[in-house]
Design a protein around this ligand. Structure first.
Ligand SMILES: NC(=O)c1ccc[n+]([C@@H]2O[C@H](COP(=O)([O-])OP(=O)(O)OC[C@H]3O[C@@H](n4cnc5c(N)ncnc54)[C@H](OP(=O)(O)O)[C@@H]3O)[C@@H](O)[C@H]2O)c1
Length: 250
């Protein structure tokens, strides 16, 4: 199927990776359903796109809203061929014994429930048409634990395992599933988590950019259909693995 016949629905298209992916896919000729909660940003992006982008205000934690948004898509945006489950948060910055339960629940609700609601609403249509790509935006935190990240890392491990299980269930269907697992990218993400302290966190050269991940999304979509990159861990060159930590000896 040519790119111009394809429709990508992207969650969290108001900033960071989702916004970069929306821009990239529209430039490649895809039609894009750009979703997120900040309607003004969606509308101003759609206004640049001359009909190639449909802005849909959507909170992915609301199961009924996701179902309705997908059911209500106009005919020319209905047959989704690409779903990018990108909306995500990591709320709170405390160790597990001091964390707020509400932060955990919102993180689980967005990263896990949001992905499930969108996949549940969109995948059956892909199976019926026997064509589709699901790209889930995970994190290196799925595999590599680091402090103050237990629930976020857990949600991303769920995303990775869910992606692999999609591959298992969809064996024989013309539907690809990939989990892209980035390290540090300079977006609004850390600001949502830690406010202005994110400025210092991001104040170093050569972090990944949202456009780098949009490029990987484009690569996955552009490969021959026989190729599926199941999981793709990607870090900036200036980031690497930590040594397993020892408690201080008294
Ligand atoms: N930045 C990093 O270092 C990094 C590293 C690894 C993985 N990731 C993952 O990459 C993905 C995108 O993050 P980003 O870095 O691009 O951060 P970002 O700039 O903060 O973007 C997050 C997006 O998620 C959307 N979102 C949050 N809650 C939502 C909800 N309830 N319903 C709908 N949309 C919601 C936001 O839109 P609205 O607020 O307008 O709804 C926004 O568009 C996330 O899944 C994140 O876990 C990020």
């Amino acid at each position: 199927m040519s790119k111009s016949d394809q429709i990508a629905l992207i969650t969290g298209a108001t900033s960071g990776i989702g916004a970069a992916a929306a821009r990239r896919l529209v430039a490649e000729g895809y039609k894009v359903v750009a979703t997120g909660r900040r309607e003004d940003r969606l509308k101003s992006f759609a206004a640049e796109c001359g009909g190639a982008c449909l802005p849909v205000t959507l909170d992915v934690t609301d199961a009924a809203a996701v179902q309705k948004a997908v059911a209500d898509l106009p005919d020319d945006f209905k047959a989704i061929t690409v779903l990018i489950n990108n909306a995500g948060v990591s709320l709170g910055n405390a160790p597990v014994h001091q964390a707020k339960l509400a932060d955990w629940m919102s993180t689980v609700g967005t990263n896990i429930h949001g992905m499930l609601y969108c996949t549940h609403a969109i995948l059956p249509g892909m199976v019926e048409r026997d064509f589709g790509d699901i790209i889930n935006i995970g994190s290196i935190g799925a595999t590599h634990p680091y402090p103050r990240n237990a629930v976020y890392g857990g949600t991303k491990a769920f995303m990775r395992q869910f992606t692999m299980s999609l591959r298992a269930d969809l064996l024989g269907a013309n539907i690809r599933a990939a989990c892209i697992e980035p390290g540090i990218i300079e977006t609004e993400f850390a600001y949502i988590r830690m406010g202005e302290a994110a400025r210092a966190f991001y104040d170093r050269p050569n972090l990944l950019k949202a456009e780098d991940i949009a490029e990987l999304i484009h690569v996955q979509l552009s490969l021959p259909r026989r190729v599926n990159i199941d999981a793709m861990e990607v870090m900036p060159l200036v980031q690497s693995y930590g040594y397993p930590t020892l408690a201080k000896v008294k």
